[in-house]
Design a protein around this ligand. Sequence first.
Ligand SMILES: C[S@@+](CC[C@H](N)C(=O)[O-])C[C@H]1O[C@@H](n2cnc3c(N)ncnc32)[C@H](O)[C@@H]1O
Length: 225
Amino acid sequence: MSITPLKTWATDPAEEDAMNHEHGPFWRRMIALMVERDLFGKSVLDFGCSQGGLLRLLYHSHSYAEALGVDLAADSVARANALAGPVPARFEVRDNLAGLEGRFDVALSQEVLYLLPDLDRHAREIHACLKPGGVYYAGIGCHTDNPEWPRWRALIEPRSNLPVQSYSLDDFNRAFAGAGFKVYAQQYRIDEFVPLSDDGVMGGVAATLHYYDAVKTLFRCIKQA
Ligand SMILES: C[S@@+](CC[C@H](N)C(=O)[O-])C[C@H]1O[C@@H](n2cnc3c(N)ncnc32)[C@H](O)[C@@H]1O
């Protein structure tokens, strides 16, 4: 199944720039939680890369040999390529990983799983594109174990050019395990000051802190060597 490419995921393109700012704490924490500290000579995939910020940030602390970011939003991918500079990352418009089998040591996705209509297919594709022993880190806060999710979903849906799905953390675990991964998870426990909004979107200060601490979850999925 192939999905029609978009210009941007957000219905308002200005929100794509805002997302870069909002997702900074999650990118930093995902990188800090990665068990693989040395990516020298390694290849990295970012699935749903948008404007490529996660791969640029990763390269500054963990220099990898090469990286590929894929996204089905064409304007975001064009921006990612324009911003890549000396970082050995390239970005492609894609919604599938055909032809990339066995190519990557590490795969990443940050807040993408809830937009995928077929989790099992995604898990199989990521598993196939990793080398034996390769690792997939998937960060996700948009899930049904998030107490704010029903309200968030109603806010996100009209702002998304893609249908929004409702999966539980157990759904992700089942899909990854079903594809053959050994699956681990941990809460983000973000240890930096996090931005607060006063528009109530996040559900107030206590809910915001709870989200950054315990709701946002990082899966670590290992493809057996
Ligand atoms: C909420 S944004 C997160 C973007 C980025 N990962 C970040 O941390 O800022 C989700 C992104 O996933 C992309 N996406 C959703 N479904 C996809 C698919 N099937 N294939 C490729 N990209 C997809 C969207 O176009 C969008 O850019």
